[in-house]
Design a protein around this ligand. Structure first.
Ligand code: GLP
Length: 260
């Protein structure tokens, strides 16, 4: 794992945007995996800015989203369809027919999940998967005890995650219980995992995922087994890590060819 600690979320988001933009420039047909939540908003804002001012071209990019609430209309403001449209897709030149988000209204959920996996495979696999981190260590909506080998499927949210995501629903009672999410096995198959975590409330989950044991109780700890997992943190999210001096030295002394 690579641990990058930046002074604040803006600088951290810039590193994440630069890594993503470099891939899109080098590989115009890149397959990007996107996450939702508060955390990647600044990164998406920077990508939009790069599209506007530097001509960063998403015209041939394919996008897959991590997850969606089950039973929620894509037009609902709390849906991840709405989130992606409002915060990224409508501001860049990505093509609608290359955007995939799990269908929360699917009548046949297992078939919808299987076809999502097939689509990722047919697209050549995901090059970079952007990830946030739940306060309980979840990735996507893979709650603690999720199978570390899981694939896209239906999951049930914990009370903690429903409370964390209540803002867009006008109260925790309105947050759906069920979701469709890429599995941890799906995420592990992505070529690069770019996890962003900001703020004090993520510090415990970050420390458990990076320096704790590999366990289904902390789903993000599965990234310890990933060949290219990059954690990009602000100071607060990094505050419970014990090896920060080492992580900083590594980042500041990368060989030129390895710098972002
Ligand atoms: C939800 C999403 C996750 C996201 C998490 C953290 O659970 N399904 O993908 O990482 O929220 O959200 P935030 O970034 O708002 O803290």
């Amino acid at each position: 794992m690579e641990i990058i600690i930046q002074p604040d979320s803006r600088k951290a988001s810039l590193v994440a945007a630069k890594i993503t933009a470099a891939l899109v420039r080098e590989k115009p047909h890149a397959v990007l995996g996107f996450a939702t939540g508060q955390t990647p908003l600044e990164m998406y804002g920077i990508l939009v800015e790069m599209h506007r001012t530097e001509g960063l071209d998403f015209g041939q990019v394919t996008a897959f989203n991590l997850d969606e609430y089950a039973g929620l209309d894509p037009a609902h403001p709390g849906s991840y369809h709405s989130y992606m449209r409002e915060n990224l897709f409508r501001h860049i030149n990505i093509r609608a027919n290359r955007v995939y988000i799990p269908d929360g209204l699917a009548a046949d959920v297992p078939a919808c999940c299987a076809s999502y996996e097939e689509r990722i495979h047919a697209a050549g696999g995901i090059d970079i998967q952007v990830l946030g981190l739940g306060t309980d260590g979840h990735l996507g909506f893979n709650e603690p005890t999720s199978s570390l080998a899981s694939r896209t499927r239906i999951k049930t949210l914990t009370g903690q995650t429903r409370r964390d995501n209540a803002a867009l629903f006008g109260g925790v009672d309105q947050v759906p219980h069920h979701v469709i999410t890429m599995g941890l096995g799906t995420i592990m198959a992505c070529r690069t995992c770019l996890l962003l975590a900001f703020g004090r409330k993520k510090a415990g989950a970050v420390a458990a995922a990076v320096e704790g044991p590999l366990t289904a109780m902390v789903p993000a700890s599965v990234l310890q087994m990933h060949p290219r997992a990059i954690f990009i943190l602000d100071e607060e999210a990094a505050s419970e890590l014990t090896r920060t001096a080492y992580y900083r030295w590594v980042y500041e002394n990368k060989p030129d060819w390895q710098k972002y």
